[in-house]
Design a binder for this molecule. Structure first.
Ligand SMILES: [Zn+2]
Length: 290
């Protein structure tokens, strides 16, 4: 067993399977310890799969999502921890309604940071991944996931901070997930056309927010993980209430994805070890000394 450990912090159950999933599966398969930490229970997620939109599922959505998450973690080969906060939901409308009082985004940052620091000091990851300051997409829990992960990365190694949350542990590197790239989507869309089919991404590409193009320029690290795309898709399908197996995500054959875009992308946001960018391994620069 390798001494290196990777912790992927995510807002909701299913995020670990749609952002950097093949990378976590790759490192787990290589014998590293990989832990996914899910901050909320996903209780306010909509049921996005028509086949699962049933009264018996609605009545026990929190429980269903725990079962789905356990299955996804098993498929990816990763360890899993819940931080236990309640999904904030994605507010819609103009003006936006206030967030529910009991939700994760309303928990004081100091409090949720301490909870994450406790898990960091216990698992002692060398590398953490999270979302960028935009949350990847503007869900209040995703923004909060960024804030709490950065705060925990900063605080975990300082014995004066949260002295009751375990022995200090310094995480070497912090990354942001950057998987949602226009170039990748365009390549797949073009491949459909080359095969005489109409790809499912036309609307996405047409309405692409140009502000999002800056994310491609922020990528520092491309992790080859094509062999794990099958596991990634199986893990995603395990979140049956959230994922329509007939949705656009699954229409591009895995062989195309493996050939055209065999990597997942990350941005090195903080490093306490010397690095040379770009890089192809999240653990580059870290010594394996247990
Ligand atoms: Zn999410």
């Amino acid at each position: 067993m390798s001494g290196l450990r990777l912790m992927a912090v995510h807002a909701h159950p299913d995020d670990e399977s749609s952002k950097g999933a093949a990378t976590t599966a790759r490192y787990a398969a290589a014998g590293h310890r990989v832990m996914v930490v899910t901050l909320t229970g996903g209780e306010r997620g909509d049921i996005l799969n028509p086949a699962m939109d049933r009264p018996d599922v609605h009545g026990r959505i929190a429980e269903v999502r725990r079962e789905e998450m356990a299955r996804a973690a098993e498929i990816l080969g990763v360890e899993h921890r819940w931080l236990g906060y309640i999904d904030s939901g994605l507010p819609t409308g103009d003006p936006l309604p206030p967030l529910p009082d009991d939700c994760f985004a309303m928990v004081p940052l100091e409090e949720s940071t301490e909870a994450l620091v406790r898990v960091v000091r216990e698992f002692r990851p060398h590398v953490m991944t999270t979302y960028d300051e935009n949350g990847g997409y503007p869900h209040p829990d995703h923004i909060r996931c960024h804030e709490v992960s950065v705060a925990a990365f900063e605080a975990a190694g300082d014995y004066r901070r949260y002295p009751d949350a375990g022995e200090a542990w310094t995480v070497s590197k912090l990354y942001y997930n950057h998987g949602f790239l226009r170039e990748r989507m365009q390549l797949l869309q073009d491949e459909f056309a080359r095969n005489g089919q109409v790809g499912p991404f036309a609307k996405w590409l047409e309405h692409w927010n140009p502000d999002r193009d800056e994310f491609a320029a922020r990528v520092t690290s491309r992790i080859e993980c094509a062999d794990y795309f099958g596991q990634r898709d199986d893990a995603l399908r395990a979140h049956a209430t959230q994922i329509d197996p007939n949705g656009a995500f699954f229409t591009a054959p895995i062989e195309w994805q493996q050939r055209l875009w065999p990597t997942e992308e990350f941005e090195l946001a903080r490093s306490r070890v010397p690095v040379t960018l770009p890089e192809t391994d999240l653990f580059t620069g870290i010594e394996d000394n247990g």
